[in-house]
Design a binder for this molecule. Structure first.
Ligand SMILES: Nc1nc2c(ncn2[C@@H]2O[C@H](COP(=O)(O)OP(=O)(O)OP(=O)(O)O)[C@@H](O)[C@H]2O)c(=O)[nH]1
Length: 458
């Protein structure tokens, strides 16, 4: 089946070993039963080298060609400008794993389908990490060999640990002069009880140690569970809006298979859709006509409204009753601010832009509000200040929306004399009622554990 590959993937300069495969057929995909599939995330603290490592693994498997420029999976303009990952991205790789056969004194090799999910490192985007982990059975925990374990290393380790994932520690940047892998191994042992012999030592910059990574993924991460013979059941991991195709959903197939033309239903809304297109993220959308048990890919069903694609929803074969999958924990918004069109007459355009962007970023809450000074607008809840900043920048860059935002505030809880409580996300919403006296007011506080490196002599 012919597919159109982006121009950069067709470059004649690519050496044969690094030239990408020309699309993937349904029968080819059918050669990968769950035993030959591994789904894993790359998690780490900010800047410890996740995206660079992801690039190297994509090159190693010939999924992308060398010399494409840095951080292939960081596609958004905001990601390129800030040098950070804000959206988790999936890429399917095909890899031949060779092992020695002691009986024949030769080698055996089998092909594997590996789904790699690159995740953001900043705490504001940890919702992206937890959603990505739901599609995985294992994670590469990348730690900078010089900086050692940092706050997000700990937070992400626990996200993976609580999801029962097999964790492979990868001590990266060993080429740095200040690298101290032994110290990092000791930290991993002390903080997470990880056996030092399990750590892989790599440099995503020079390529050192990278050849051990994918064999470790295959040998140490279990294959996805699931029943190939059941009616199809899948988890909706993410979605985004495409001007021409409508809503594109990223899904992890838990049971059964989904084919083009099938009818699937949403457990959340009860609506039924026809599967117009289905395929893998390779990392560009690559139609395959089918997705089998354990595979991660995309589906286009003609959903027009982003409200229909509920992240964490279970999609399943129409006219069957299935047990919905656990879904995701609801997000807790930490920062609220008003978003208004710079020109009051642009309200409809802003409303449209916000609806599409929230399809791609389900962690933002949006409610309409009106201000006497700014007119009609929205009150948006974010996971933190960086998240808010990135949302504004994406509205402007991806949708051309010029916005005015009000000073961010945290949610406050007010208690009245009659002991009733109200949560206030917008100061204007606090009404002073003569009959009701405010007796207490709380702002959010955290109970924190601070881990500091022990210094010699202290
Ligand atoms: N010396 C050295 N630098 C590296 C290595 N791996 C990555 N880097 C550099 O470290 C910086 C951060 O790398 P990224 O891959 O963007 O890190 P990240 O963890 O994906 O960052 P976020 O997505 O923002 O969390 C970049 O400047 C990379 O070039 C390595 O092995 N050695």
């Amino acid at each position: 089946r012919a597919i159109v590959l982006p121009e950069r993937l067709l470059s004649s300069q690519a050496s044969p070993e690094h030239r990408p495969r020309p699309g993937v057929s349904a029968s080819e995909l059918g050669q990968y039963p769950p035993e030959r599939i591994r789904n894993f995330s790359i998690i780490a603290h900010v800047d410890h080298g996740k995206s660079t490592l992801a690039d190297r693994l994509l090159e190693l498997t010939g999924t992308i060609q060398k010399g494409h420029g840095a951080q292939y999976l960081d596609k958004l303009q905001v990601e390129k400008e800030r040098g950070i990952t804000v959206k988790a991205q999936t890429a399917t790789m095909f890899y031949k794993h060779t092992v020695e056969n002691p009986e024949s004194h030769g080698t055996d090799s089998s092909s594997y389908l590996l789904n790699l999910i690159d995740t953001p490192g900043h705490v504001d985007f940890s919702y992206e990490v937890s959603r990505s982990l739901a599609a995985c059975q294992g994670a590469l925990l990348v730690v900078d060999a010089a900086q050692g374990v940092q706050a997000q290393t700990i937070a992400n380790f626990y996200l993976a640990f609580e999801s029962n994932l097999s964790i492979i520690p990868v001590i990266n940047k060993i080429d740095q002069p200040t690298a101290d892998p032994d110290n990092v191994k000791a930290q991993l042992k002390r903080l997470f009880d990880i056996d030092p012999s399990e750590a892989l030592l790599t440099s995503a910059k020079t390529g050192q140690g990278l050849s051990q990574v994918l064999p470790a993924v295959i040998e140490r991460i279990p294959c996805p569970p699931g029943n190939c013979d059941s009616p199809v059941r899948m988890l909706l991991l993410d979605s985004y809006y495409d001007e021409y195709k409508g809503v594109i959903c990223h899904v992890a197939i838990v049971d059964g298979a989904m084919r083009k033309g099938d009818k699937i239903s949403s457990a959340a809304t009860g609506r039924t859709y026809e599967v117009f297109d289905v395929g893998i993220m390779h990392p560009e959308l690559t139609p395959t006509g089918v997705l089998y048990t354990g595979q991660v890919g995309y589906v286009i069903t003609g959903m027009r409204s982003t409200k229909e694609a509920r992240i964490g929803d279970t999609l399943h074969q129409a006219k069957t009753i299935v047990e919905p999958l656990p879904g995701f924990k609801p997000v807790r918004h930490m920062v609220f601010s008003g978003v208004y069109p710079a020109d009051g007459s642009d309200f409809e355009a802003l409303s449209h832009a916000i609806e599409k962007l929230t399809c791609n970023d389900a962690s933002v809450s949006v409610t309409k509000e009106t201000s006497t000074a700014l007119g009609m607008g929205f009150r948006c809840g974010f996971l933190g200040l960086l998240h808010m900043d990135v949302f504004h920048q994406r509205l402007e860059q991806e949708y051309g929306a010029q916005v005015i935002s009000t000073i961010p505030t945290v949610p406050y809880i007010f208690e009245y004399g009659d002991e009733s409580k109200v949560q206030i996300e917008n100061p204007a919403a606090l009404s002073f009622n003569a009959g009701k006296r405010i007796t207490a007011c709380w702002e959010p506080t955290v109970i924190a554990t601070i881990i500091i490196p022990s210094m010699l002599g202290l």
